[in-house]
Design a binder for this molecule. Structure first.
Ligand code: ZN
Length: 258
């Protein structure tokens, strides 16, 4: 089982080494901005590295929204990131499920997701798997509650969408971690990546604040059970820099027996 961390994009392979990580995730551009990714000088090194590379799409991407001034640039930015991520040998592009506005119909958000994949196909296809991540907050989110996730998957499953399960987001979003892998797989048929994080906030709080294992509200053994059941690569997105994340990775490796 590969376990790694979300790291600063400056020198991801050095960051991986500093954490004894077998995988890294990073941003290719400002996560709050609309800029397309710039080419990377370390593209060859990333491509040929034994470290598995994952790219997280900017947070501002929201392909579900009914606001076309956000939706249209979002799907374009997602495709631009998919191409740039494939260029450096990434194994997946993680993107949040997004949300519709207050009073908007979630069904339109579902259809906007379907249109996003249809658009990508028309533009030549996605060069790597797009992994949709469950989110913690909001009442109009596409991938917070799993009954909504099921409606989303009915519309996009045919496009080969992947899934990234975040343990902090599930807990804070109101989905029990006990047995969650089976519940997700009954919907998506797959889990491509685990974001293993503790949560500073209580169950169903709707707040998204990650914590180091044992410091937050989630029993670390529950997270270990999730990653064992999923059998997918793991990324910790926890605080504390190299030291904090190295400790989190070591804890998971130790308890998961890998
Ligand atoms: Zn995450």
């Amino acid at each position: 089982m590969r376990i790694g961390a979300h790291v600063d994009p400056g020198d991801p392979l050095a960051e991986a080494a500093a954490r004894n990580a077998e995988a890294v995730q990073f941003f290719l551009s400002d996560p709050q901005g609309w800029k397309a990714p710039a080419p990377r000088a370390d593209a060859d090194a990333l491509r040929s590295s034994d470290v598995a590379v994952y790219i997280h799409a900017p947070y501002i991407v929201n392909v579900a929204t009914l606001n076309n001034r956000i939706r249209i640039p979002s799907r374009k930015l997602l495709l631009t990131h998919a191409r740039a991520a494939a260029e450096i040998g990434a194994r997946g592009l993680i993107v949040h499920g997004g949300h519709v506005g207050d009073g908007d119909d979630l069904a339109v958000g579902v259809d906007n997701w379907r249109k996003t994949f249809a658009y990508a196909e028309k533009e030549g296809g996605l060069p790597l798997p797009v992994l949709i991540e469950n989110t913690a907050g909001g009442e109009r989110a596409m991938a917070r509650r799993f009954d909504d996730l099921a409606r989303l998957w009915d519309a996009i499953g045919e496009f080969g969408a992947g899934f990234c399960l975040d343990t902090c987001h599930a807990h804070a979003g109101g989905e029990e971690l006990l047995g969650i892998v089976d519940r997700v797989k009954a919907i998506t048929g797959r889990i491509d990546l685990i974001h293993a994080n503790d949560s500073k906030d209580p169950f169903d709080s709707g707040r998204d604040r990650h914590d180091n294992f044992g410091n937050g509200k989630i029993d670390p053994d529950l997270v270990v059970a999730v990653i064992r059941a999923a059998g997918a690569p793991v990324i910790v997105e926890t605080p504390g820099g190299a030291q904090g994340q190295a400790a989190d990775i070591a804890l998971l490796r130790d308890r998961a027996g890998s």
